[in-house]
Design a protein around this ligand. Structure first.
Ligand code: PLP
Length: 390
């Protein structure tokens, strides 16, 4: 079993491969179920839908495909505008472009770094005046912390836009709706939601996989067809579709891992809270992630803010500790999206955050000893920096 520590190295988020998963793959080959779709995919879809708390889950080849499917099915198309956060992975906006629509980026909220509902409200107010309202909003639950959904859902209702959740980092994350007085799971709050099962995600496949979830029966039916070349039954194409199908092997592997998801998320939360405590005496120089009282995060990533982060990354790398930056360049400043016409300074909160964030090692199998080494190394660096600046 891989532990994430090999030859004295601590990885950022190593994929987990247990004995059960490996046994499963052996059985899959032995019994010849390697074609896509079929009973293993059906079973995983049922299990995953039940875990999220929705009536339908459609397994896809990736999280990107899952988001594409969701956007297409709610009717996003040529000429539409779709709001998306600017601090996210490019896959949150690319499917908007595939459909000929235009992403409209929104700055982050100061503490959670998710889409700022106040800025969304302002933008919608302006657009309502000129009659150019967007079709949809893609809400990302960044790093496994739920975005503040109450105000976003209220705005969506007021202005008639569809909410799609990008829950690709938020399997099992929860949000307390003050409006409804109830906890809600990520993926149950929008019209549809996309999940990714990329190996490093909280629920990871043995390669690429994703799922679209929804409570809308009609939409689920159409999604199922579009995912399979628009076939109602084999070789009867009622609508135009594409190949977005998931393999049986991936589905079976995911079923095995799904049984551990709740425990693994709990382990991530415990590790996160332990990191918080380890950094408590360095609070002047390292800012720990904020978890609002209305979220129960699943810590896909543990992201801190420091100054001189490149130097800190180099210091940690020397000690064999892997780190990452999610993400160094916000989408509005990426070359690929320059046609959106943004410049430096357009989204100041995100730009400030993006210059200081570092993701520290975080995975359920991480031991306390590994975590102590990471915290010690971070604090060593920060102390040396303070002395150097004196
Ligand atoms: C991983 C990820 C995706 C895309 O998922 P893939 O399975 O890699 O296609 C989309 N959005 C976010 C926020 C992600 O982290």
């Amino acid at each position: 079993m891989k532990t994430g520590k090999t030859h004295g190295r601590i990885f950022l988020s190593p994929p987990h491969m247990g004995d059960l998963e490996q046994k499963y793959v052996g059985e899959a080959f032995a019994s010849n179920w390697i074609a896509p779709l079929g009973p293993h995919v059906e079973a995983f879809q049922r299990e995953f839908a039940a875990t999220v708390g929705v009536s339908h889950a459609l397994a896809t080849i990736s999280g990107t495909a899952a988001l594409h499917l969701a956007l297409q099915l709610v009717g996003v198309g040529t000429g539409d505008d779709v709001f998306v956060s600017t601090l996210t992975f490019a896959a949150s906006v690319n499917p908007v472009r595939y459909l000929g629509a235009t992403p409209v980026l929104v700055d982050s909220e100061r503490d959670s770094w998710n889409m700022d509902p106040h800025l969304l409200a302002q933008e919608l107010q302006e657009r309502a005046k000129i009659g150019k309202l967007p079709k949809a909003v893609v809400v990302v639950h960044l790093y496994g912390q739920s975005a503040d959904m109450d105000p976003i859902l209220a705005l969506a209702e007021k202005y008639g836009l569809v909410v799609i959740e990008d829950a690709c980092q938020a399997h099992g994350a929860e949000y307390f709706s003050r409006k409804e007085g109830a906890w809600k799971k990520a993926g149950t709050m929008g019209r549809a939601a996309a999940f990714s099962f990329y190996p490093g995600k909280n629920l990871g496949a043995c390669g690429e996989a994703g799922a679209t979830v929804t409570n809308d029966e009609e939409m689920a039916k159409r999604m199922k067809m579009i995912r399979d070349h628009g076939q109602a039954k084999k070789y009867y194409h009622d609508i135009e579709g594409y190949n977005g199908r998931l393999d049986s092997i991936q589905a079976g592997w995911l079923s095995v891992k799904l049984r551990h998801l709740a425990d693994w998320n709990e382990a991530r939360r415990n590790l996160a809270h332990r990191y918080h405590r380890l950094f408590a005496d360095a609070s002047g120089s390292v800012a720990i992630p904020q978890e609002a009282e209305w979220t129960k995060g699943v810590y896909h990533l543990y992201v801190v803010r420091v100054q001189d982060r490149e130097a800190m990354q180099a210091h940690l790398a020397e000690a064999g500790i892997g780190t990452g930056i999610h993400y160094p360049i916000p989408l509005h400043l990426q070359k690929a999206y320059r046609q959106l016409g943004h410049k430096k300074g357009d989204f100041p909160v995100t730009e400030r955050v993006a210059a200081e964030i570092v993701s520290l090692p975080m995975f359920p199998q991480m031991t306390e000893a590994m975590q102590d080494l990471v915290a010690q190394s971070v604090k060593e660096f920060l102390a040396a920096r303070v002395t150097a600046n004196r």
